[in-house]
Write a protein that binds this ligand. Structure first.
Ligand code: GLA
Length: 373
């Protein structure tokens, strides 16, 4: 059902504005964004859609189609209080907008219809944040550009929801174009569109192991990177870009050395992948993705046996140039760079072999099945 239909069914009137935003798949540049590093992420055709109407007063009512059993949840603007549920993602946005000088919003009714799967590493919360912010921007004529929307979404998750995530996901959801990747410098927030090479395509397979319990691990990795930077006398690891990762690693105790080695090496791999995309070199881009996965598994230690197995199966298959875990890790999905037109077949084969070897069902999230077949 469309967000407008959900809205009409729940609130009994047509919505005033609609908003939507995509999930993202990170091609390469993992666990670099909170150290000011580089990422190359693409928007995916799975989107979060919302419908919204301003209402008089300061009451906010929200309904999520995927949590229909919760019914309509409500709170008062300016009296946001975390409840550890999906409504926190909405409350965080209005609190953050309010903190930023009362950006001029009032009460509203909201309906959410998202098909970005939660826990799959595809930035479902960023898609929700950007979709709601786009609708609020239109409904209340907020003077926020697309980068500012991403900053509000990140601050909301960091400060209100309590997830210490970086800027990659909301930037990708807000700015990544269709059919191309977004090359982002997370220190300066400069960003550039980089088309996928002719003949290449992305596929995404969910391992079936959600990463909900990853927060502790994610937080620890983030603290380790901050500590490595502190010991090395820089504000963030990005400031050491250009140095030999192995040499830097040797000057740190374990595990900080391996963590820094991953981050510095990953930044270099992003730049090389961007160059490979520009020159149409799918093999080189695939090689960097495979190296990224190894580094995430061995040095950053955020992979799982299931993600490793999917990558192993995928990369041994003809027509797959590279594969790696995508998102924060500890579960979630892998991304494959395949020959164009072969993504679906490759993903179906990989999922079948995965089932045979570990007994789990993997879900193919991208590409969608060909409607003609
Ligand atoms: C999660 C976070 C991002 C980023 C990735 C790892 O998806 O939301 O900010 O740190 O993990 O690259």
């Amino acid at each position: 059902m469309s967000a407008a239909d959900v809205f009409a069914r729940i609130y009994g009137t047509a919505p005033r504005v609609l908003g939507e935003a995509p999930g993202r798949v990170n091609v390469i540049g993992e666990h670099t964004d909170y150290s000011g590093g580089f990422v190359l992420a693409a928007a995916i055709p799975l989107r979060c859609r919302v419908a919204l109407s301003p209402r008089r007063g300061r009451t906010i009512r929200a309904f999520s189609e995927s949590r229909a059993a919760d019914g309509i949840l409500a709170y008062e603007l300016g009296r946001e209080a975390a409840r550890r549920g999906w409504l926190d993602y909405v409350q965080g946005l209005t609190r953050t907008l309010g903190d930023e000088g009362g950006a001029g919003i009032e009460g509203f009714d909201l309906a959410i219809a998202s098909v970005v799967p939660p826990g799959a590493g595809l930035a479902s919360s960023a898609a929700l944040g950007i979709a709601v912010l786009r609708a609020l921007r239109e409904a209340f004529a907020l003077r926020l550009d697309d980068v500012a929307l991403a900053e509000v979404a990140q601050e909301s998750e960091n400060e209100f929801v309590g997830a210490p995530v970086g800027i990659m996901d909301p930037m990708a959801s807000s700015l990544a174009p269709e059919n191309a990747a977004l090359f982002l410098d997370t220190r300066s927030l400069t960003h550039e569109r980089v088309p996928l090479p002719q003949g290449g395509a992305l596929a995404v397979i969910d391992s079936g192991m959600p990463h909900e319990h990853s927060r502790g691990g994610y937080r620890t990795r983030r603290a380790e990177c901050d500590e490595a930077a502190r010991r090395l006398g820089v504000a963030m690891l990005r400031d050491l870009f250009g140095n030999d990762p192995n040499e830097i690693a040797r000057s740190l105790p374990e595990p900080l050395g391996r963590r820094a080695c991953h981050v510095l090496g990953e930044n270099a791999r992003v730049l090389d992948t961007v160059d490979a995309f520009r020159t149409g070199d799918l093999r080189r881009a695939g090689a960097r993705m495979r190296e990224s996965h190894r580094s995430l598994a061995d040095d950053f230690e955020v992979s799982t046996p299931e993600l490793d197995l999917l990558v192993e199966i995928a990369t041994s298959r003809d027509g797959v140039f590279g594969a790696r875990l995508t998102g924060g890790g500890f579960g979630g999905s892998v991304v494959l760079l395949t020959r164009r037109g072969e993504g679906r077949v490759a993903a179906v084969d990989v999922a079948a072999e995965y089932r045979r070897r570990c007994g789990r069902d993997a879900a193919i999230l991208l590409p969608a099945p060909d409607p003609r077949s």
